[in-house]
Design a protein around this ligand. Structure first.
Ligand SMILES: O=C(O)CCC(=O)C(=O)O
Length: 290
């Protein structure tokens, strides 16, 4: 498929899968830096500025669920985030002026690495307009047995589903039974390391625990049009502008009618893993359960 065909696929279905996109040399370097950052877990018993640990972690047998903001942890990730390889897709979706709004590497370990319950990214980060996309880069082969990302075709058209519980607290996940989501239609995004998927911020997605014995590391790069402003946090202007990866930044806000429900109040501030720890009913059987 050409880039234009991938964009048409993204617009029709809310996601597209681009096999073997990352040049092999770049992939090797990204994996080497990821390995090095993960090695830091051997020196810590608790979360650090860079690493979020998974349940059961020890220094001798590290279990890590996330590398936080890799674009700040090593310049290679930022260089890759603004590479022509990715910008050709991001600019076709969000336009010429682009900010990297967020980055993370979810490192789902092979011994029951944590699932991610079904959700829409927009519920975590509403912006003034929806010209955004999330590029997910497979750093390892992603196969049916190691918890690949799964997406619901067409869900990008909305609506935004409820990510709060019945007491009104944000839990960062939908209730698929309550909302009648037919997960029989979910598509697993399978590919070799170096493949990339792109999804819309409204696309419903999730992933199962990893029971394969092999890691499933995936880097998520979230891009926003420069005039799509986050609605719930203050901005450090210099840092914000440093994340412009194409075109020009602006202080002019483009406000469009979009679904907005703030991810508050919360009983568990922090990452999606913390939010979802508050769920009363789960779709995926959690790590360490049969
Ligand atoms: O790692 C995954 O499989 C999904 C991650 C995700 O959707 C998130 O962190 O928001």
């Amino acid at each position: 498929m050409t880039c234009a065909e991938h964009i048409a696929d993204f617009k029709a279905n809310g996601f597209t899968l681009v096999p073997d996109l990352v040049p092999p040399d770049m992939l090797r370097e990204l994996v080497a830096v990821t390995d090095r950052l993960m090695d830091g877990a051997r020196q810590t018993d608790s979360h650090t500025d860079v690493l979020e640990l998974d349940t059961g972690h020890t220094r001798d047998a590290p279990r890590i669920r996330r590398i936080k903001t890799p674009h700040s942890a090593d310049p290679l990730f930022f260089e890759f985030a603004r590479s022509a390889t990715l910008m050709q897709f991001a600019s076709a979706i969000v336009g010429p002026d682009i900010r990297l709004s967020h980055s993370k590497i979810n490192t789902k370990s092979g011994d029951n690495g944590s699932p991610i319950e079904w959700h829409q990214d927009w519920a975590f980060a509403p912006h003034s307009n929806m010209d955004m996309c999330i590029i997910a880069v497979m750093l390892d082969d992603c196969l049916a047995d190691n918890g690949p990302l799964m997406v619901m075709p067409g869900s990008h058209r909305g609506p935004l589903l409820e990510h709060h519980d019945s007491d009104g607290f944000f839990v960062g996940a939908i209730d698929v039974a309550r909302d009648g989501v037919d997960l029989g239609k979910a598509v697993p995004l399978i590919g070799r390391a170096g493949s990339v998927s792109i999804h819309h911020p409204m696309t419903i997605h999730g992933s199962a625990p990893n029971r394969s014995g092999r890691m499933r590391r995936m880097m998520f790069l979230e891009y926003a049009a420069a005039d799509a402003f986050p609605l719930f946090y203050g901005v450090d202007w210099a840092e914000y502008m440093d994340r412009i990866v194409a075109g020009r930044g602006t202080s002019l806000v483009r406000n469009e009618p979009v679904y907005i429900k703030q991810p508050f109040p919360t009983r568990a501030p922090g990452s999606i893993f913390e939010s979802q720890s508050q769920l009363r009913s789960r779709y995926f059987v959690a790590a360490n359960e049969p």
